[in-house]
Design a protein around this ligand. Structure first.
Ligand code: CP
Length: 319
């Protein structure tokens, strides 16, 4: 599960439907199903993470898998062990699924080609964060209903954002129209020159982008991935591109605000918006567990006696 860029609508719908079944499991007094009993999920995070790593761990444990955590810090990567040797070690340890985050775009592809384990991309460089795209789609559809014709603004550091790419890959097939907004220096050159993916437009004026929008997703300003000189100053960025209460008031009444986290509060989003009545930011985090349960189940549990309900079955028929 390396990217959603080649997924069909049916594949996206399958994960979202399975996620709803997992939400039901998580609402039970005992939030556990035996679907992955006897399976081992290795969380290999070579780049920092809070939400993705913890939600994968909770998801795997909710499905009764054994979970092993490896981070670059504190592992033999610090002694110079290569990615290839690390992968061979994970294979020898018997991981059925390797969930991987890495600062290099393409690293999960490298691993997937060299291991028998299923590999899930938990974010690679600027390239993709497919599970974030799926949880954002699930959260938006839960809030807005069917996304056909809905207009979703994605604002901020588009250039360095794997989330923006993965959100486009899931929202557009579901029928949403995506408006990108952000400083021209932080938008891929081809995109700001009009060579955009189908269903996507670029509007450099944020106020105009937000007028009448159905939802907005603010992106983190990724200072760790930026060259100098892309922005005049953080204060200027916040003034022109930050989500304030006034700005979000330009959207449809009640239109939700999302952010993948972690946030730079006061830079790309004001605290009053991040924690205000329109915010779905904590809901995104919560939904991350169910989406990742669905993916783990579909990848590693579907052919085993599972105890997990089929997404399509009525609730009362589910285990
Ligand atoms: N959204 C996201 O990927 O957050 P983490 O970096 O905390 O995992």
């Amino acid at each position: 599960m390396l990217d959603t860029d080649d997924w069909s609508l049916e594949e996206i719908e399958t994960v979202l439907d399975q996620t709803r079944a997992m939400v039901e499991i998580l609402s039970r007094p005992i939030r556990r199903a035996p679907a992955l009993r006897g399976r081992t999920v290795i969380l290999f995070f070579a780049e920092v993470s809070t939400r993705t790593r913890v939600s994968f761990e909770l998801a795997a444990k909710a499905l009764s898998a054994d979970v092993v955590n490896i981070t670059a810090t504190g592992s033999s990567v610090e002694k110079g062990e290569s990615l290839l040797d690390t992968v061979r070690t994970l294979q020898a340890l018997g991981g059925d699924v390797v969930v991987m985050r890495h600062s290099s775009s393409g690293a999960p592809y490298f691993v997937a080609q060299r291991t028998e384990s299923a590999v899930i991309n938990a974010g690679d460089g600027w390239h993709a964060h497919p599970t974030q795209g799926l949880l954002d789609a699930y959260t938006l559809r839960d809030a807005l209903g069917e996304l056909g014709g809905k207009r979703v603004v994605i604002v901020g550091d588009i250039l360095h954002s794997r989330v923006a790419r993965s959100d486009i890959n899931t929202l557009v097939p579901l029928g949403a129209r995506v408006t990108l907004s952000g400083p021209p220096t932080l938008v891929p050159a081809a995109w700001r020159c009009g060579q955009l993916p189908a269903g996507v437009t670029y509007e450099p004026l944020l106020d105009r982008a937000l007028d009448g929008a159905d939802a907005v997703i603010a992106l983190r300003l990724q200072r760790e991935r930026q060259e100098s000189g892309l922005l005049p100053s953080l204060r200027e960025y916040s003034r022109v591109w930050g989500l304030s209460l006034d700005r979000v008031g330009r959207m449809r009444p009640g239109a939700p605000v999302m952010h993948p986290g972690p946030m730079n509060e006061g830079i790309e989003i004001d605290a009053a918006v991040a924690h205000g009545s329109r915010s779905l930011i904590e809901t995104q985090v919560t939904n991350g567990v169910a989406v990742r349960m669905a993916l783990l189940y579909l990848l590693a549990g579907a052919s085993t006696p599972s105890g997990v309900p089929a997404a399509a079955a009525p609730l009362e028929e589910r285990g």
